[in-house]
Write a protein that binds this ligand. Structure first.
Ligand code: NAD
Ligand code: MG
Length: 380
């Protein structure tokens, strides 16, 4: 029995993680955390019997306690609850499927408690990678990527000498607006940006995919996960989302991982690494596929991607500002408070106004996040 805890169990990655648990008899859920979907959490508790569950706030926790009073489960809330779920004594691995920088403290708490991390929550690594990667090493904890591109890279590197990696080829679908001009993007509405051509995901990452900020975050995520320089990471647009990423080695050999777009593969791979298991579902049919095509990303139209390289190069607290400004702007855009191009304008202006701190501690990262929100609130 492998015991797992999940942060963000009611979301896209969280529910797919539970589907993987359902398909395998040797995984046991010990703790779950979610934001506000009390009904779904109740169903998950009835189905998977965790000892501990956490809701985003105390009001939701109270609702959940009423719904589950016939069950033997302890219900907590807020950051304290997230930290408890992260470090739940029974669990061996924590799936971080929560969205945003709120994942930093729980991820650190889980590593401190010696849990392996199946990492979907990229925002945490982008902003606190300099703290998380050395801590994981010190505690002898594995950080196993769940993001499909990073899982692909991880699979391509399996058994290879890391020093022989020449380049990482991070693939991108290009999103729903691939090939569009700046003018065309100026009138995009939330419902347009929420239509991803190949993947069905949570709202925030779907917007991020449309702006290519998601790819920018993934570039920084790859830097931390694989210990490479940003110059060694090249984004390649591959619109069919069949090649999940590639690695070029010193001798020119390129390894790629291919598959249908299904997050259950990277989730299951992280949970069982290094073992492979049967996974039901569609398989790639190359004859049907016909062709796989490639393009260069348009960095002039999708400036969110070039700003990510800039943020990653400047380092310190700048990636936090990039990420926090994006989290703030995406929420505003989804609430129809700002235009689509304003997302990138907000990121850029926040990055310009910030005074960089090198090697920020957790408190300094969270302060930079707060400062970014306040700056954007006062200016926009
Ligand atoms: P989602 O919005 O579908 O789910 C987020 C989950 O976090 C939900 O369960 C929500 O209730 C929970 N949550 C949010 N705020 C919370 C709070 N304050 N307290 C407790 N729980 C809270 O998001 P998602 O698409 O599943 O993405 C999750 C993470 O995985 C993100 O970092 C995303 O970038 C990454 N990721 C997602 C995919 C995908 O296919 N969905 C792929 C790669 C990476
Ligand atoms: Mg991805």
């Amino acid at each position: 029995m492998k015991k797992i805890a999940i942060l963000g169990s009611t979301g896209s990655i969280g529910t797919q993680t539970l589907e993987v648990v359902e398909q395998n008899r040797d995984l046991q859920v010990t703790a779950l955390a979610a934001g506000s979907n009390v009904r779904l959490m109740e169903q998950q508790i009835r189905r998977f019997s965790p000892a501990l569950a956490c809701m985003g706030d105390e009001e939701k926790a109270r609702e959940l306690r009423t719904l589950t009073k016939d069950l033997n489960v302890r219900i907590t809330s807020g950051m304290e609850g997230l930290l408890e779920v992260a470090a739940e004594p029974q669990s061996e691995i924590l799936v971080t499927a929560i969205v945003g920088m709120i994942g930093i403290r729980p991820t650190i708490a889980a590593i401190e408690a010696g849990k392996d991390i199946a990492l979907a929550n990229k925002e945490t690594l982008v902003t606190a990678g300099h703290l998380i990667m050395p801590l994981a090493k010190e505690k002898n904890v594995k950080i196993l990527p769940v993001d499909s591109e990073h899982s692909a890279i991880f699979q391509c590197m399996n058994g290879e000498d890391k020093r022989a990696v020449h380049k990482i080829l991070l693939t991108a679908s290009g999103g729903p607006f691939r090939g569009w001009s700046k003018e065309q993007l100026s009138n995009v509405q939330p419902e347009d940006a929420l239509k991803h051509p190949n993947w069905s995901m949570g709202k925030k990452i779907t917007i991020d995919s449309s702006t290519m900020v998601n790819k920018g975050l993934e570039v920084m995520e790859a830097k931390w996960l694989f210990g490479v320089d940003l110059d060694q990471i090249q984004v390649v647009v591959q619109p069919q989302s069949v090649i999940h990423s590639m690695v070029e080695f010193e001798d020119g050999a390129v390894m790629a991982q291919l598959g249908t777009p299904d997050m259950k593969l990277p989730i299951q791979y992280a949970l069982y690494y290094p073992e492979r298991r049967f996974l039901p579902g569609e398989r790639l049919d190359f004859a049907k596929l016909g062709k796989i095509s490639f393009e260069e990303p348009d960095l002039l139209v999708f400036r969110g991607l070039s700003l990510a390289y800039q943020a990653g190069r400047e380092g310190g607290s700048i990636p936090t500002v990039y990420n926090a400004a994006n989290e703030y702007a995406v929420a505003k855009f989804l609430g129809r408070k700002i235009s689509y191009p304003a997302i990138i304008e907000m990121i850029e202006s926040a990055m310009e106004s910030h005074h960089r701190i090198m090697q920020p501690k957790v408190e300094e990262i969270l302060a930079a996040e707060q400062e970014t929100y306040e700056f954007l609130e006062s200016r926009w």
